[in-house]
Design a protein around this ligand. Structure first.
Ligand code: ADP
Ligand code: MN
Length: 495
């Protein structure tokens, strides 16, 4: 049944003239045809209806059809106004954003030129500006709010184009797809979880390649070490971290007689993929030891500098007698050191061992001692000290991973120290060491300062004030405050 009204069927008066009438013959034929193909009858002609099975009984559909008709008229008016305003002016104003029927969802070809010039680009970042801030558009019965289903549906379809590029959304715009909010949100959710899944897969792949093979240049370096006899064999990977890969190797013979290669070695390869190192800039950029060089360096060299830093810091610690890996050799971004552990099995991290309460207490006092030594004798703050970077071996704690360690006068050195203290204090307090100092007491015990603030915030503030004071002093006098190295001179730094 046609929604636009039933066709008029007039009853025929049957005179001879009528029977003979050509016009009547045509009418009768039409009537017969209509009876034979009822579904073809009287589908209302309109630009918006194309298929044969359009269900015109739906109120929603009717409303939408009317709405689209309004939209078209509105747009036509808009175009006229646009023309009037712009005239022959070279600079023209486009009302594109105010149009409701966008050229790409119009099926008439008269828009073709516009289509090229002013097409709203659905691939541009999310910019669904067809509804102004006031929340509706148009006047009187032309009014369309942002909740309008078609507009909203189209917007949703356009937004779908902003999903991750790998996510195949199909040509929703081309076919004038109108997504309901519900469907759109479900799709969005799906796209996000897909994206996360693919990121995870990708990450896995990256890590596994890092584990199986380092990049060719690094492989060549390692090969040379084995080839020269310095290393006997490289047995395998101990750890793959964000910034480094650590291998185990059996030591060989040194080319020079005076140097003894440890029987087992750890090879730390600093990753040459750069992005991970970006957030470490703050450690090295402000380290005056590297100040002059930092700005001139390319990222590859900065990575070598991390390896170099680790070597220098380990050497200082070795000289102070702190248990830590002994440096064997540094080649570019590859640092070879003694292996903490035995028979290819690395010593466990402090976080992974269960110590007796006696050992726990012993470990605590040792760590306290080492922190003080590190500060006073080595003039260093570890800056990444936690149960992750302390190994338990031979009945004592060994410190590792010191590439990011800085001197206490580093602009953020004391903050780093405070963070270390917090980690250490929390670990041992949770581990049941009743004697363990809290983080503030530990900070004072290590640094020799006497900050009395009894709460975290004030304490932190005083630390920052101290750092600032030191910075100002450096600005004015070009050297560090002596109070930072309270116990005589810091060790001479040998570069
Ligand atoms: P990252 O910056 O990746 O944390 P680390 O220096 O902490 O680098 O080394 C990562 C892991 O490799 C350590 O947690 C430790 O298990 C192992 N490791 C590093 N150096 C040694 C070493 N000298 N002896 C034994 N294991 C080591
Ligand atoms: Mn580490």
């Amino acid at each position: 049944q046609c929604p636009w009204g039933a066709p008029n069927t007039t009853s025929i008066s049957c005179s001879l003239a009528d029977v003979m009438s050509e016009q009547l013959a045509k009418e009768l034929q039409l009537e017969e045809e209509n009876a034979a193909f009822p579904e073809v009858v009287a589908v209302a002609e309109g630009p918006f209806i194309t298929g044969e099975n359009v269900d015109t009984s739906s109120d929603l559909m009717l409303a939408q059809m009317l709405q689209m008709e309004f939209d078209r008229e509105y747009d036509a008016q808009l175009r006229r106004e646009e023309k009037k305003i712009n005239g022959d002016s070279k600079v023209s104003i486009s009302f594109e954003n105010y149009r409701k029927v966008h050229p790409y969802d119009s099926d008439s070809s008269e828009d073709e030129v516009d289509w090229q010039d002013t097409r709203h680009d659905p691939y541009r970042a999310d910019k669904p500006t067809t509804t102004p801030r006031k929340g509706f558009i148009g006047k009187g019965k032309d009014i369309t709010t942002k909740h309008d289903e078609v507009v909203c549906g189209r917007k949703n379809t356009a937004r779908m184009e902003n999903f991750a590029p790998e996510f195949q959304v199909g040509d929703g715009i081309g076919m004038d797809l109108k997504l309901s909010n519900q469907v759109f949100n479900a799709l969005k959710q799906h796209a996000y979880s897909e994206e996360r899944r693919s990121a995870r897969l990708h990450e896995k792949k990256e890590h596994s390649t890092a584990e199986k093979a380092v990049d060719p240049k690094t492989r060549l370096l390692l090969y040379k070490m084995v080839n020269s006899g310095m290393l006997e064999t490289i047995t395998g990977c101990i750890s793959t971290g964000k910034e480094s890969v650590v291998f185990h190797a059996y030591g060989g013979k040194s080319a020079t007689e005076d140097k003894v290669i440890p029987p087992e070695c750890a090879i730390k390869v600093f990753k040459t993929t750069l992005n991970e190192f970006k957030n470490r800039d703050k450690y090295i950029k402000d380290d005056y030891r590297f100040k002059d060089r930092f700005s001139k360096l390319n990222p590859r060299k900065i990575i070598r500098m991390w390896a170099e830093k680790e070597m220098h810091n380990l050497t200082r610690m070795q000289n102070a007698g702190i248990p830590c890996p002994q440096v064997v050799i540094l080649k570019k971004h590859v640092l070879v050191m003694s292996f903490i552990g035995q028979d290819q099995v690395p010593a466990p991290k402090l976080k992974d061992v269960t110590l007796s309460s006696e050992d726990m207490k012993k470990a605590y006092y040792q760590v306290l001692n080492m922190m003080q030594q590190l500060y006073k004798e080595c003039n260093l703050v570890h800056a990444d000290l936690s149960e992750y970077n302390m190994l338990w071996h031979d009945g004592k704690v060994w410190l590792i991973d010191v590439s990011q360690s800085v001197e206490p006068t580093h602009p953020h050195g004391l903050e780093f120290l405070f963070r270390d203290c917090r980690n250490v204090s929390q670990f041992f307090q949770k581990g049941g060491v009743a004697e363990a100092l809290n983080e503030r007491e530990l900070f004072n015990a290590v640094s020799g300062f006497n900050i009395t603030a009894d709460n975290e915030v004030d304490f932190q503030e005083e630390i920052e004030a101290l750092e600032k004071m030191n910075e100002d002093h450096v600005q004015n006098h070009g050297k560090k405050l002596s109070m930072f190295s309270s116990d005589g001179d810091p060790p001479i730094y040998d570069e």
